[in-house]
Write a protein that binds this ligand. Structure first.
Ligand code: DX5
Ligand code: ZN
Length: 222
């Protein structure tokens, strides 16, 4: 089943609870929270205090995408704040296996993220540990960028590996998910669709989430 994960990066932060509620009414089932530190990526966003507030504002799972250096140092704080899923970048983890174990140890669902230039084959050995793999289809740091087409091949490769290895991890895609790209993304094998600009960019989160999810479901034959 495909799911829509509205990314609050493009929401109005002064009205965050209302924005999240609108995206949920439009069919969003997990809230995607982009955490940026100004070091791993050239932008700064938010951290555990905002996650804590979001936790009170919605019952939906909070998917925290950590675009930060030294993520291990902050995993306990995200757990305390109420994060449900936590993903760390392959490129930011010196000991990825340890980071994933730490996330699971704190009762959250662990996931690994791959930047566009990072090959899927590098994570084969840790696939049995993850709840999902996040394929970045833009270079992380900003919303509203264009989808990088070769991401589709990475999604297909991952779906193939999942089948060959008899695993059940989910495949998440983040960056440039929009009306003109969503069908190809779903058909390649992705089932967790992150969308920021396409949901919040025009100020009609409920309507735009609903339309995007309808297009995704149609492409998935659901
Ligand atoms: C980018 C973030 C994304 C971002 C996607 O670094 O990880 O989650 O919100 O934005 P759109 O959907 O606008 O490409
Ligand atoms: Zn993200």
């Amino acid at each position: 089943m495909v799911e829509l994960l509205p990314s609050i990066l493009s929401a109005d932060f002064a009205r965050l609870a209302d924005e999240v509620a609108a995206a949920e009414r439009g069919g969003g089932t997990v809230i995607h929270v982009d955490v940026m530190d100004g070091h791993f990526v050239p932008n700064i966003t938010l951290g555990p205090p905002v996650v804590k507030s979001l936790r009170k504002a919605t019952r939906l799972p909070l998917d925290c995408h950590l675009m930060i250096e030294n993520p291990d140092e902050y995993i306990p704080a995200f757990a305390d704040a109420g994060a449900d899923w936590v993903s760390v970048h392959y490129e930011a983890c010196r000991h990825l296996h340890r980071s994933l174990e730490l996330i699971a140890h704190h009762g959250m669902k662990p996931a690994v993220v791959l930047n566009p230039a990072t090959r899927v084959n590098l994570i084969v050995d840790i696939l049995p540990m993850v709840h999902h793999v996040l394929i970045m289809s833009v270079n992380p740091g900003f919303g509203g960028q264009s989808f990088i087409p070769f991401s589709l091949e990475k999604i297909r490769r991952l779906a193939q590996l999942r089948q060959e290895m008899g695993l059940a991890f989910r495949i998440e895609v983040d960056g440039g998910v929009a009306h003109d790209t969503v069908a190809r993304i779903v058909q390649a094998g992705a089932d967790l669709l992150v969308a920021g600009n396409a949901v919040f960019g025009a100020g009609h989160a409920e309507r735009d989430a609903r339309d995007l999810l309808a297009a995704a479901r149609k492409a998935a034959g659901e």
